[in-house]
Every structure is written in structure tokens, then in C-alpha cells.
Design a protein around this ligand. Structure first.
Ligand SMILES: *Cc1c(COP(=O)(O)O)cnc(C)c1O
Length: 286
């Protein structure tokens, strides 16, 4: 659908890194969510008329799906738990962009949410496709094989690659597709145990995948001075990364590795708008 993403070189703390610019594939359809949607993007528009998904209101997957549906002419229904009054009065960031791309949003009461989500899969017709939270899992494999092929073709003199993990789908399928490379990842959502469980539910974890962890515990989507510091350093080096996943991956890479590394940008930069507001409120300024 899109051409292969570019590769940039940056210097961080005096070290050279390559960055696979999956953040630049498309304004809203980028990063690993773009890769995960590869199979659907290749699907002829006539095959479906509606895509359904559910999850968080600032989700990067939500935004990528909204962008895909606009390109394809598909209707996009998205379910979340109820929004706060603040979010309703003043939609922001990924949520606002997704609405502008035509996403139809429906809130489900907390008590009904689980059952409602479970019922979605039961009520599908053949022209409706359901994408589970965070991006389709089985379909993700094909898109990451495309990314792997782009990396092999780029012929860089590296044998190590890094990308941060939520569910671990991206890092796992990338490691499976690139057995000759060492793949580093870091759990950003839960701990290492959670990440291993998530991965193992998809496929046994291959030996070339290395999980780096930090001693300090970080909670997902919270505000941390260290994260802001790394974000600023990277920005000054020339590339904006997301504030949820990238800082911890970079921290661990800078502290625990020394070889030449290709960092696969996992996208999510559009989500910084709402995160930066939270940092500003706590007194962090760019
Ligand atoms: C979703 C996401 C991840 C995590 O991807 P997984 O495949 O779930 O591990 C990492 N970085 C960004 C920016 C994301 O949006």
C-alpha cells in the first residue's frame, strides 16, 4: 500500500543509532499499528462495509483503524467505556483526530462493557470485521514480515534491532521473521512476566528475542521526569518519539547495550499532544 519506510541515523548520548521511520508512513496510519493492519489494507474495499473495534479513547490503534477506514470507505464503529466530562466537552489528541476521520464512537456503561464486547464477535455478518483491542493479532504477522523484508533489504551493518512492547505482538513477530538478528524489547504496559505470557499465547518465544527490564517500576501512561528527559534528548537528536513506550525502551538500550542498533519507530507521536499537556501541568516544559 505505502512504499517502504525510510531509515534515519541519529546520535544519542554520543552513540550512533539507526531508526526505521515507521512514524512517517502516513499522518495517522503509522507505526506498528500500520504494520498490524497490513492484511486489512491489502483487502479489497468491496469485501467489507464496516469495521468494529473497542478499547481506550486515546488508543493509537483506534486512530490507525480510523485512518484505514477513511481510506477504504469503510464505516468504523468504536466502543469504549464512558468518557469523562472533560473529554466530552473538549475532545483531544487521537480521539479528536479519529472523530474527524469519521469514526462513530459509542460509550458503553462500565457494568455492561465486558458483556457488550464479548457479544460483538457473536453478531458479525460477513461484511463486518471485528478488530480486537490494540490491533488484529493473527493478521499482524503478515505486516511484520513485510517490515522484516524491508530491514533485510536495507542492508545496514547491524545485527541488533529494538522496538518497545505493549502486548509484545510486534517484537515477537519481528523476531520470528528475522532469526538472524537479535531483537530487543522492553515491557511498557505490564511487567516481564505479563509480556512473556502475552507473547507465549501467540507463539513460543524465540531465542533471538531479548527482553530488557529496568530496576525501577514504571506504570503505563504515567508522567515521569526520566521519560521526559529522554523524549527531549531524542527530539534534540532530530526525531520525535512517543511518550508512552519509547522512553523506557531507549533508557534500557542506553544503559544495557553497546552495539549498533536499528530502532524500529513504533509510531504514536500523535498521542503526544494529550501527554504533553499532562507533562506541562506538572511543570515539565520543552
Ligand atoms: C501499540 C504500540 C506499541 C506496542 O505494540 P505491541 O505490538 O502491542 O507490543 C508500542 N509503541 C507504540 C507507539 C504503540 O502504539
Amino acid at each position: 500500500m505505502f512504499s517502504p519506510s525510510a531509515t534515519s541515523k541519529i546520535v544519542v548520548q554520543g552513540r550512533d543509532f539507526y531508526v526505521k521511520r515507521d512514524d512517517l508512513t502516513h499522518k495517522y496510519l503509522s507505526g506498528n499499528k500500520y504494520r498490524k493492519l497490513h492484511t486489512l489494507l491489502q483487502t479489497p474495499s468491496e469485501k467489507f462495509d464496516t469495521i468494529i473495534s473497542y478499547g481506550g479513547t486515546q488508543s493509537n490503534a483506534m486512530l490507525a483503524i480510523a485512518a484505514m477506514c477513511q481510506l477504504k470507505g469503510w464505516r468504523f464503529l468504536y466502543y469504549t467505556k464512558p468518557l469523562s466530562q472533560v473529554q466530552k466537552n473538549n475532545p483531544q489528541g487521537n480521539y479528536r483526530y479519529a472523530l474527524s476521520l469519521g469514526m462513530e464512537h459509542q460509550e458503553i456503561e462500565h457494568e455492561l462493557y465486558r458483556d457488550h464486547i464479548a457479544s460483538l464477535a457473536l453478531a458479525l455478518d460477513e461484511r463486518t470485521f471485528l478488530i480486537d483491542q490494540g490491533g488484529a493479532v493473527v493478521e499482524a504477522k503478515a505486516g511484520l514480515e513485510v517490515l522484516a523484508e524491508e530491514i533485510r533489504q536495507s542492508d545496514l551493518s547491524i545485527t541488533s534491532i529494538a522496538t518497545p512492547s505493549g502486548t509484545g505482538t510486534t517484537a515477537l513477530f519481528l523476531a520470528l521473521a528475522l532469526p538472524k538478528y537479535k531483537i530487543y524489547t522492553t515491557p511498557c504496559v505490564g511487567d516481564e512476566k505479563y509480556l512473556r505470557q502475552q507473547m507465549q499465547a501467540l507463539h513460543p518465544i524465540p531465542k533471538n528475542l531479548t527482553i530488557l527490564t529496568s530496576e525501577k517500576k514504571y506504570h503505563f501512561a504515567k508522567v515521569y521526569a526520566e521519560h521526559f528527559d529522554i523524549y527531549k534528548k531524542l527530539l534534540n537528536a532530530g526525531i520525535e518519539f512517543d511518550l508512552l513506550y519509547a522512553p523506557l525502551m531507549w533508557k534500557n538500550l542506553l544503559e544495557q547495550t553497546s552495539e549498533s542498533i536499528l530502532y524500529v519507530h513504533s509510531g504514536g507521536v500523535s498521542g503526544n499532544e494529550s501527554m504533553l499537556k499532562r507533562y506541562e501541568k506538572k511543570g515539565f516544559i520543552l
